[in-house]
Write a protein that binds this ligand. Structure first.
Ligand SMILES: *Cc1c(COP(=O)(O)O)cnc(C)c1O
Length: 384
């Protein structure tokens, strides 16, 4: 196939559908699936993923910021949109005007929402974040009671949901901390009910809990990384296959592939150096291929002299330092390689595969970061 971009990301519709199908079958009746598409849908492309999720019948999007929510509204998405990160006061009016749901735990913001919703003659929906042990956003105990006192008087702000977030599910196969968080959550929810509130939803589970603990599903799951076909961690994977046995590891299919092409091929001599800092010296007469991809495109410089790519179904090692927009690989053992051949950076080719997790372990990070920081300037193409 003739290349049309020097590097691009392919998003597989069939893999995405398959992953959502798994969760549709897994959630309890009456539980909604919201998809978390913050961070440009974990690098997959927010608008591209929103349109695939829409095709799959998803009715709720979760994002981090009001700007992401407004971008979705601008594209015409009519789904419910929940902003999970803090919304600063200057964006309150835009949130009310565009019917965005926001996380709220701060009385000052609550009073502002009441005033704006009253002026607009609307009901504005908030999600109250409960602190249960992650110690990020949220309130509990006396701060929660003080908040509820004000909320009780608000006629235009509706408590749409109370929710919390697990601190320690991904990093362990011991889930006692998670169980403690659920207990705290139930106690705080009891406080809310005792204060006279009813008819609100509860949600807690992100991908790991959604996959391994159906009892954390409540009214909605917030499905992030698993919708993209990536496991939240090795521990989550182990917890799952320990419970469900072999064969169950294939429930998730990676949605994203990242590709580039060969820009130039040339022969160099034994003893020649490659790239900045002369960090790699050839030990034999070699053929090298130059790729139009570098660290400014998200191909991490830590992969210098460490990573590998796929060309003609074979592994080609990265040699020398990754530059801003160029990377060199050794194709001496792939003599059939030609200029403009497709090169896989993440994904499969022939019977070889490079997973986001493989790159993450070379870089000393997690699969979340590998995909989430893929830059916005790369073209995303939806393929079947
Ligand atoms: C990012 C995020 C999620 C999604 O987490 P995954 O592990 O990717 O499923 C869910 N809830 C909150 C509050 C988040 O910030």
């Amino acid at each position: 196939m003739e290349a049309h971009y020097s590097n691009w990301i392919e998003i597989s519709r069939s893999a995405y559908r398959k992953n959502l199908e798994f969760f549709k079958n897994r959630v309890m009746p009456g539980t909604d699936i919201s998809v978390v598409i913050k961070a440009n849908a974990y690098g997959h492309g927010m608008l591209e993923i929103a349109s695939l999720a829409d095709e799959c019948g998803i009715r709720i999007f979760c994002v981090h910021s009001i700007n992401e929510a407004l971008a979705l509204r601008k594209q015409g998405f009519t789904q419910r949109i929940v902003v999970l990160g803090p919304t600063i006061k200057c964006f309150a009016e835009a949130a009310v005007k565009n019917d965005i749901e926001v996380v709220c735990y701060n009385i000052e913001n609550l009073e502002l929402y009441e005033e704006l919703a009253k002026k607009a003659n609307k009901i504005f929906n908030i999600h109250l974040k409960i602190e249960t042990g992650t110690n990020r956003q949220g309130i509990s105990g006396s701060a929660l009671l003080a908040f509820l006192d004000v909320l009780k008087k608000c006629e235009h702000v509706k408590l749409r949901a109370a929710y919390s977030h697990f601190a320690n599910i991904e990093d362990t196969t011991d889930h006692s901390y998670a169980r403690m968080q659920i207990e705290r959550f139930k106690n705080e929810v009891a406080l809310i009910k005792n204060a006279g509130f009813s008819g609100f939803d509860l949600h807690f589970a992100s991908s790991a809990a959604a996959t391994i603990f159906t009892k954390t599903h409540f009214n909605m799951i917030r499905l992030g990384i698993a919708q993209y076909g990536l496991w939240p961690s090795k521990e989550t994977y182990l917890s799952y296959i320990t419970e469900f046995g072999h064969g169950s590891e294939h429930i998730l299919s990676p949605v994203l592939s990242w590709k580039t092409v060969i820009g130039q091929i040339k022969k160099i001599n034994a003893g020649d150096y490659v790239g900045y800092g002369c960090s790699h010296q050839m030990t034999r007469e070699s053929t090298i291929a130059i790729l139009p991809i570098g660290y400014s495109d998200g191909y991490d410089r830590h992969l210098s002299n460490q990573g590998y790519v796929l060309i003609r179904g074979k592994r080609a090692p990265v040699i020398g330092r990754i530059a801003m927009n160029l990377t060199t690989v050794d194709v001496t053992d792939i003599p059939e390689a030609e200029v403009e051949d497709e090169v896989v950076l993440i994904g499969s080719q022939g019977d070889q595969i490079i997973r986001a997790e493989d790159i993450a372990s070379l870089e000393g990070t997690i699969n979340y970061e590998v995909v989430a920081r893929l830059p916005e300037h790369i073209t995303r193409i939806i393929v079947d």
